[in-house]
Design a binder for this molecule. Structure first.
Ligand code: PLP
Length: 419
């Protein structure tokens, strides 16, 4: 870091300020967690200099001995951790992993059945703004309006009516377990491939906190930077008979050279995720999310589906008389980072949204437990109710802010870290 401070003080300051933000405020964005200093060290390593197009033992560049060793370790660790026959650790992100999976399993124009974006699907599950909706024929399934849980009857009906080439499940905001066995059954009924986008839950799967999709899916795509606590990136797990197609779809179809420093950091994170402490973290993240959802319900903020089975809760904030965007902004002023999110059948535009999403991987990594979730629910409730346009401004926000600072001070992160 001394070199950065000397050579580029402007960026050095940005990094120090970001470290301070992560240490001094509350991180409740459900797609984030805190990577270990070992992961950060691999990311900031000289493997960043290396071109290694191809795969271990079969590269298009010389000097790949160390790149091969790093990638082989990442592949073996991924296969062992998830009991998968094949792993591709090169996708630059979850979206690139999904692009490659589509390319391996379907042709442009093919019907693809996936959860609709307003119901919890990701952009890559058929949004018109994305390759998935532009180049494929998207069919969207929804949640049941009463239970807010996936309507499996509708999934089956749509599958029978449209005979999709590919069925996708997995979500960015669905708080309940997904019945992978039932999705497998439906896919088999219509001769479709089943792809599980486990971007959000793969860390919980690694920590044995939720059931694994690997035995059911033809292909599992995921990110490595959410609850899995690795570097920003993607990964694909699949059966051996699809390995060649998946590898060719990642490189050369979707990407060029892999980011070898990131691949090394993925290997580090995958080793960490195989240790017993990781299971404790993943299971506590779920207990914390359940506690947070129920304490937020007590604050008058309704958890969609009534609660959660995972690390996240989706909250309907309409009772507060403000939209999700405003709750996000009020919480940000109090030092609480979370994000606005559409809820199923949301009457608001996505930019406003009737909900917010909260997640517990970061606070659980800090060592917080259910007692702290009760405090956090109270802080979110107070921040969400503070009205900056009321006479006297956002009454109570200073106290909330002070309590947030006090709470995070008790659970320090990156104590030894400079950036
Ligand atoms: N799939 C799901 C379900 C996600 O939640 C996300 C990211 O939020 C992605 C895919 C895309 O991941 P990335 O942002 O790394 O492209």
């Amino acid at each position: 870091f001394a070199a950065l401070e000397r050579d580029d003080p402007e960026i050095a300051t940005v990094l120090l300020d970001e470290l301070a933000r992560q240490r001094e405020t509350l991180q409740l964005v459900a797609s984030e967690s805190f990577t270990s200093p070992a992961v950060l060290a691999a990311l900031g390593s000289t493997l960043a200099n290396k071109y290694a197009e191809g795969y271990p033992g079969n590269r298009y560049y010389g000097g790949c001995v160390q790149a091969d060793r790093a990638e082989q370790l990442a592949i073996e660790r991924a296969r062992d951790l998830f009991g998968a026959e094949h792993a591709n650790v090169q996708p630059h992100s979850g979206a690139s992993a999904n692009l490659a999976a589509y390319a391996a399993l379907a042709e442009p124009g093919d019907p693809v059945l996936a959860m609709g974006l307003p119901h919890g699907g990701h952009l890559t599950h058929g949004s018109r703004a994305n390759f998935s909706g532009k180049w494929f024929h998207p069919i969207a399934y929804r949640v049941d309006p009463a239970t807010e849980e996936i309507d499996y009857d509708e999934v089956r009906d749509l599958a029978l009516a449209h005979r999709p080439k590919l069925i996708i499940c997995g979500s960015a905001s669905y708080p309940r377990l997904i019945d992978f066995a039932l999705f497998r059954e439906i896919a088999d009924e219509v001769g479709a491939y089943l792809m599980v986008d486990a971007a959000h839950v793969i860390g919980l799967v690694a920590g044995r906190a939720v059931p694994s999709p690997v035995p059911y899916a033809d292909v599992v795509t995921c990110t490595t930077h959410k609850a899995l606590r690795g570097p920003r990136g993607g990964m694909i797990l699949c059966r051996a008979d699809l390995a060649r197609r998946i590898d060719k779809a990642v490189f050369p179809f979707a990407q060029g050279g892999p980011m070898m420093h990131t691949v090394a950091a993925k290997a580090v994170a995958l080793r960490e995720a195989s240790l017993p402490g990781f299971q404790r973290y993943a299971q506590q993240a779920v207990r914390n999310a359940r506690a947070l959802a129920s304490w937020l319900a007590a604050e008058g903020i309704r958890p969609v589906t009534g609660g959660t089975d995972t690390h996240l809760a989706l909250l309907d904030v309409r009772e507060l008389g403000v939209c999700g965007r405003e709750v996000e902004a009020r919480c940000a002023r109090a030092g609480i980072a979370l994000n606005k999110n559409a809820i199923p059948y949301d009457p608001e535009r996505p930019a406003e949204a009737s909900g917010v999403r909260v997640g517990t991987p970061s606070v659980t990594s800090q060592g917080m437990g259910e007692d702290e979730m009760r405090r956090i629910a109270g802080l979110i409730g107070a921040a969400a109710r503070s009205d900056p346009s009321a006479p006297g401004g956002a009454s109570g926000l200073d106290e909330v802010s002070a309590e947030v600072s006090e709470l995070v001070r008790q659970f320090p992160v990156y104590r030894e870290q400079e950036v």
